[in-house]
Ligand binder design. Structure first.
Ligand code: B12
Length: 255
């Protein structure tokens, strides 16, 4: 596991290493700013089953392409995992995978640490072939969509684009209406019931521990919303949300 050359971000990589470690995988974390040569050399030295690259800045995306090319050139056979906030499934499918992906050593974008365990176990168990076939199909489709999208694009020349510029007649546009009240309005007493209609219950359930909501979700969405609305006080307090809505949330300095 390595953060690629030029990139110092290691929080995500460390989490992945811990999560895999907790699931009995031995992880060799070779740190940040790892040159391509170091990654290849350490993978060989440790005789690893899977190589993981992390990157969070845009240049890391190109660096990952370089690593994939070098792995292919040197004949490495290990699957390559790609992760980190700037990476994406589309970039992996379009730019990285074509340089290294094959049935034996796929290139896989892994969105977050929790998925790394299922991905690694799928790569190391007998169902690897099915897993890789599905992945190949998915990445092929993504590449097709991506290149089809490029064909549809009709670019204008710079001169043509300039002619299309939006002309705003500021005299014709009416001035913005004056707000009813200028300055900061402090709302320091809000009834919980007034807030409930504005809660997005689906988002809410995903942002907290969804497991306890599973029975609700298994019901129809409308019953789920009804149950949540009618039990809001107890749900929030079960979740440890004890903050009173009568508190002012605006710091004194800003009032
Ligand atoms: C913390 C941070 C820093 C810290 C890093 C500390 C550290 N020890 O890592 C410091 C302050 C050092 C830093 C520096 C810089 N940063 Co910074 N940083 C962040 C920040 C706020 C959070 C990153 C983070 O840790 N996220 C949390 C982790 C858990 O998420 P994650 O890495 O994505 O990991 C998860 C998954 O992606 C996945 N995963 C990650 N890696 C891997 C690997 C594998 C194999 C697998 C399977 C999965 C996987 O699992 C993880 C857990 O689920 C982000 C902004 C943001 N909100 O994301 C900017 C951000 C990444 N930084 C940014 C920038 C620009 C920089 C600097 C260049 C700033 C500067 N001008 O100096 C420098 C980078 C210098 C360099 N050469 O690398 C930009 C990058 C923009 C871009 N696209 O290029 C961001 C997006 C901020 C922004 N919006 O501008 N940064």
């Amino acid at each position: 596991m390595a953060t690629v050359k030029g990139d110092v971000h290691d929080i995500g990589k460390n989490i992945v290493a811990v999560v895999l470690g907790c699931n009995n995988y031995k992880v060799f974390d070779i740190g940040v700013m790892c040159s391509c040569e170091k990654i290849l050399q350490k993978a060989k030295e440790y005789n690893v089953d899977v190589i993981g690259l992390s990157g969070l800045i845009t240049p890391s995306l190109d660096e990952m392409v370089t690593v994939a090319k070098e792995l292919a050139k040197a004949g490495y056979k290990q699957p390559l995992l790609i992760g980190g906030a700037t990476t994406s499934k589309m970039h992996t499918a379009v730019k990285i995978a074509p340089n290294f992906f094959n049935a034996e050593h796929p290139v896989i974008h892994v969105l977050d640490a929790s998925r790394s365990v299922t991905v690694v176990s799928s790569l190391l168990n007998q169902n690897k072939t099915d897993f890789v076939d599905d992945l190949e199909e998915e990445y092929d489709e993504m590449r097709e969509d991506y290149y089809a999208g490029l064909e549809d694009r009709n670019f204008l020349t710079f001169g043509e684009a300039k002619k299309e510029k939006k002309v705003i007649d500021f005299d014709a546009v009416p001035p913005a209406p004056v707000p009813n009240k200028l300055g900061i309005t402090v709302i320091d007493s809000v009834n919980l019931a007034d807030v409930v209609p504005y809660i997005d219950w689906v988002r809410f359930s995903f942002s907290i521990d969804t497991v306890q909501f599973l029975p609700f979700i298994l019901l129809s969405l409308s019953s789920f919303i009804f149950i949540c609305c009618s039990n809001i006080e107890s749900i929030l307090s079960n979740l440890g949300v004890t903050r009173s809505l009568s508190e002012s949330w605006i710091p004194k300095d800003f009032r």
